[in-house]
Design a protein around this ligand. Structure first.
Ligand code: FAD
Length: 520
């Protein structure tokens, strides 16, 4: 049984018992990856309980350094999460709702600590939004029953996806693993269930006396990042400016994107220097913005106010990209073994990978000698972000040209991305390394030079991130300095020659995939 089904069963079987639990003297919302006040289903459910039973709402966030380690959370992302917590605490306090934040050294102690806190606050009902990573779903499934045995009703609700995993099934009744037909169903479902995109109102104000009763909770500090994830003072200052935190910031970014850039998204989204995408991924990953809010707003701004599979229209295309997030989450729920370093299709386990660390280091350092790949890798290290087209290119180069185990690249991305999200990252790597849901190993081998010329035609992106080549004004030369007469400039500035020849790599990759799949 998949963990998500175990959780669904536990919730169904215990519904009557949970409903029968005594009201308690407070109700708790447990924040995880949903760091926002508005359009938050779990928080809303807790606030309805609070209003109907006239008990205060208390919010809690448990910082777990071991969770950060286990999820390979990048220091830039940890910093972003902690800054978001600061804003959230402030926003909740304006509603007289305390946000209690505590560090729990051992992640296995999170459930018992949550129960102790409920005990301290005489809370009998806990709400939260579901997270779909395998350990989290298992923990939540166990918590449903463990809480009940202590007389506490634990209520995880779905709020990560726009369409919850499990709602879209194939004509034969099973889960779907190919994006295009899944996306058509996704649009169709939302057009029929229009109301599911409606916003959940922010919680009501707690009574004023909660300040006296829970003063310590209001006054608690947001802890600093654990030592293993901390940044230098300079980096923190840089990221504060680069990635402003909080749901207001997220909302502003969303509104601006929809007003100014969504219409042209379909034509410009692949050009990394064009600033044509929303760069909302850090907010969607931290939950400072609900995917539901984003899709609703984009739909309402779209010319026909409908969700469609139309790749020639900006809003539609953008909503289609957002749908990928739901798609990869659904893959994670139905095929949870992808969390265990396994490829989506078992037969892809037989591909023989390389583990050359000096080559891997050239890739991570942005010194492969392929300017577009190097630009992408340097953007990642400096900002914690990389443009989607460049993610595909950099990933394809590692997995196909170097034949290095794609899981090393997947890990590197998670350890550096401000928007690191297991399902999307794994899905992206599965796509680029042809080990994912819809693999296409014999067709999907990106040629870095052709891609570079097509998507960075003036070389602006390369010039920005690879200063050694910034003086090359020739639009052809910048993509391949050693091959097109600019070797001396590149060499003088310390830029390396290409570490491999793409055409030879392509042949090697095709043979390697064929041999691996032939062994299955
Ligand atoms: P926009 O183009 O404005 O899209 C809007 C939102 O839709 C994004 O913020 C994101 O939430 C979602 N989205 C768009 N494309 C995808 C996609 N292909 N898969 C899933 N969601 C998508 N995205 C992450 O959020 N976290 C990751 O860890 C991550 N790792 C990736 C690794 C690889 C190898 C690849 C190829 C893609 C990865 N992506 C990941 C997807 C995508 O690159 C980013 O979501 C996107 O670049 C974020 O920029 P944006 O917000 O401007 O996107």
């Amino acid at each position: 049984e998949r963990p998500v089904e175990t959780l669904e069963n536990a919730l169904q079987e215990t519904r009557a018992e949970r409903n029968a639990v005594h009201d308690g003297k407070s109700v708790v919302h447990w924040f995880k990856s949903d760091l926002r006040v508005t359009d938050n289903k779990g928080l809303y459910a807790a606030s309805v309980w609070s209003r109907e039973h006239a008990v205060p709402l208390i919010c809690v966030y448990l910082v777990s350094p071991q969770d950060f380690e286990a999820h390979l959370t990048a220091p830039v992302r940890v910093d972003f999460i902690l800054r978001n917590l600061q804003v959230l605490k402030h926003d909740l306090a304006k509603l007289n709702i305390p946000l209690y934040v505590e560090t729990i050294e051992k992640r296995r102690n999170v459930p018992s600590r949550l129960m102790e806190l409920c005990n301290d606050w005489s809370a009998k009902h806990v709400f939260c939004n579901i997270e779909y990573e395998i350990d989290e779903v298992r923990r939540e499934a166990a918590l449903v029953r463990a809480c009940l045995s202590r007389g506490i009703s634990f209520n995880p609700v779905e709020d990560r996806c726009v369409v919850a995993p499990g709602k879209l099934i194939s004509s034969s009744g099973g889960p779907m693993s190919v994006y295009s037909p899944w996306h058509r169903k996704w649009c169709d479902y939302l057009n029929r269930h229009f109301k599911e995109l409606d916003p959940f109102p922010a919680p009501d104000m707690n009574a004023a006396d909660v300040w006296d009763r829970f003063e310590a909770l209001f006054r608690c500090e947001i802890p600093p990042a654990p030592a293993s994830k901390s940044l230098s003072e300079n980096e923190r200052a840089k990221f504060r400016v680069m990635w402003p935190a909080g749901e207001h910031e997220a909302r502003e970014r969303l509104d601006k994107f929809i007003q100014e850039r969504a219409r042209e998204y379909h034509s410009a989204r692949n050009i990394p220097s064009a600033n044509a995408t929303s760069i909302l991924s850090p907010h969607l990953a931290a939950g400072t913005l609900a995917a539901r809010t984003v899709v609703r707003e984009a739909r309402d701004a779209a010319p026909n106010k409908k969700l469609m599979d139309d790749r020639k229209q900006g809003h539609s295309m953008w909503i289609g990209e957002l749908a990928f997030r739901d798609f990869y989450t659904s893959i994670l729920c139905y095929w949870p073994y992808i969390c265990m370093n396994k490829p989506f299709k078992p037969e892809y386990s037989n591909i023989e990978w390389e583990y050359d660390l000096s080559q891997f280091e050239k890739w991570t350092d942005g010194r492969t000698g392929l300017p577009i790949v190097d630009a992408a890798m340097r953007q990642l290290t400096y900002t914690g972000y990389m443009h989607n087209r460049c993610r595909m290119l950099a990933a394809s180069f590692l997995a196909k040209d170097l034949l290095i185990d794609w899981r090393m690249g997947e890990r590197w991305f998670m350890e550096h991305l401000v928007d690191g999200d297991f399902a999307s990252n794994n899905g992206g790597w599965g796509f680029a390394a042809s080990c994912g849901a819809d693999p296409q190993p014999y067709f999907r081998i990106f040629n870095p030079l052709l891609q570079s010329e097509k998507f960075d035609p003036q070389g602006d992106y390369i010039r920005k991130w690879v200063p050694e080549l910034a003086d090359i004004r020739d639009e052809k030369g910048i993509h391949d300095p050693y091959g097109r007469g600019y070797g001396k400039v590149a060499e003088a500035n310390g830029y390396p020659k290409p570490m491999v020849n793409h055409h030879q790599c392509r042949e090697r990759a095709l043979q390697r995939y064929k041999a691996g799949l032939g062994r299955s």
